[in-house]
Design a binder for this molecule. Structure first.
Ligand SMILES: *Cc1c(COP(=O)(O)O)cnc(C)c1O
Length: 364
């Protein structure tokens, strides 16, 4: 029986092994282990990729989100208790960034077809000052112009590096964007890494200071900052992988197309295929299993050699750490959490694999 692993990170990095080793060796020999040219070069590459003027590398994706919010607070553009709208079906980090900053979360429900924030039912209130659209699974959540005018829009781009809509890259649709280079992301470091992108020079400067103990010059601390700098060794490794982003995303699109053409089972709802202006990067290929048969489906796939995953089994407002939202009802996010299954789509999956996996799923 052919086995189809969900994602094997050693396999993901193996093609780059020689270049990764050379990049790591160069940093080790340089004697410069914080800051420096690799970090600066990754920042300018990411600013260019995102179509904005500034990028600030930080320790991880959560810090990219939370330090952006803190910077807005330090600059007086947000204050404690202001409301930030977050979709309920994201990874927990989207919400943690808000609550940790002393801001108030307002969870939004999502659209069943795109699985992204439902702009038509945005829970705006008098206290809403910011919105955090999440480009979930690599699909752009296009931000309406009136929302950009009314609110601070911080895009969670963690799953969507390289995604564009009408030619506009994620990270340039709102006022700032946060990326993660967690090892499983479409471009993954060999450890933790993240970056903030923005056209706002003042914001970028403030994030940079916050990530460096709140200081712009040594031993002069303007803010009560944190230590969240990106290691140059990770920046050097990421610069090996970043030039291959388009090729990787092209493979993911071919895999998604192969699934879409082959899947044919009334119990399985395949994801909506975007039109060509909507450049989805398929961080995950997420189907919905109807009739409450998700567990049976996953067991069946596993018995047939296909590893699957669930992103995410619990909507954020139902997590134990957010007990204060127990009364909040977000029916679409709740239903999706009970139906979604992610099929293998990363760089170790080929379109032939996707067709074979879909053929197995069709017999469920
Ligand atoms: C991965 C991820 C993050 C957090 O990134 P880390 O680098 O793991 O801190 C935030 N938001 C979303 C949607 C993610 O998928």
């Amino acid at each position: 029986m052919t086995r189809y692993p969900f994602l094997d990170l050693a396999d993901v990095n193996r093609p780059y092994m020689a270049e990764l080793q050379a990049a790591a060796a160069e940093v080790i020999a340089s004697g410069r282990y914080i800051g420096g040219e690799h970090v600066a070069a990754l920042e300018s590459d990411m600013a260019r990729l995102s179509g904005v003027g500034h990028a600030v590398a930080v320790g991880n994706g959560l810090d990219a989100l939370r330090l952006s919010l803190r910077a807005y607070m330090e600059l007086g553009r947000l204050k404690g208790g202001d409301e930030v709208i977050v979709p309920a079906n994201s990874f927990i980090a989207s919400a943690l960034a808000v609550s940790e900053s002393g801001l108030k979360i307002r969870f939004a429900d999502v659209d069943a077809s795109t699985m992204n924030i439902d702009w038509d039912r945005l829970p705006l209130s008098d206290a809403t000052r910011a919105v955090m659209p999440v480009h979930l699974y690599g699909r752009v959540a296009p931000v309406p112009e009136d929302v950009v005018r009314q609110c601070i829009v911080l895009e969670d781009c963690a799953q969507a590096i390289g995604a564009r809509i009408g030619g506009r890259p994620v990270g340039s649709l709102g006022h700032a964007g946060a990326f993660s280079f967690y090892p499983t992301k479409n471009v993954g470091a060999l450890g933790d890494a993240g970056i903030v992108v923005t056209d706002d020079a003042e914001l970028a400067d403030c994030v940079r200071a916050l990530a460096n103990y709140g200081s712009r010059r040594t031993y002069h601390n303007v803010y009560r900052g944190v230590n969240s700098r990106l290691d140059p060794i990770q920046a050097a490794l990421l610069r090996v992988k970043l030039p291959h982003l388009e090729a990787e995303n092209t493979l993911r699109r071919a895999n998604a197309a192969a699934y879409g053409e082959t899947l044919d089972n009334p119990l399985i709802v395949a994801p909506h295929m975007p039109d060509s202006a909507d450049e989805h990067v398929w961080h995950q290929y997420v189907v919905r299993i109807l009739d409450g048969q998700r567990d049976q489906f996953r067991d069946y796939m596993a018995r047939n050699g296909v590893e699957t995953a669930i992103h995410y089994p619990t909507p954020i407002h139902r997590q134990p750490c957010y007990g204060e939202f127990a009364d909040v009802s977000l029916p679409v996010a709740e239903r999706l959490a009970s139906e979604v299954v992610s099929l293998p789509i990363g760089r170790c999956t080929t379109p032939d694999d996707a067709r074979a996996i879909a053929a197995i799923a069709n017999k469920f």
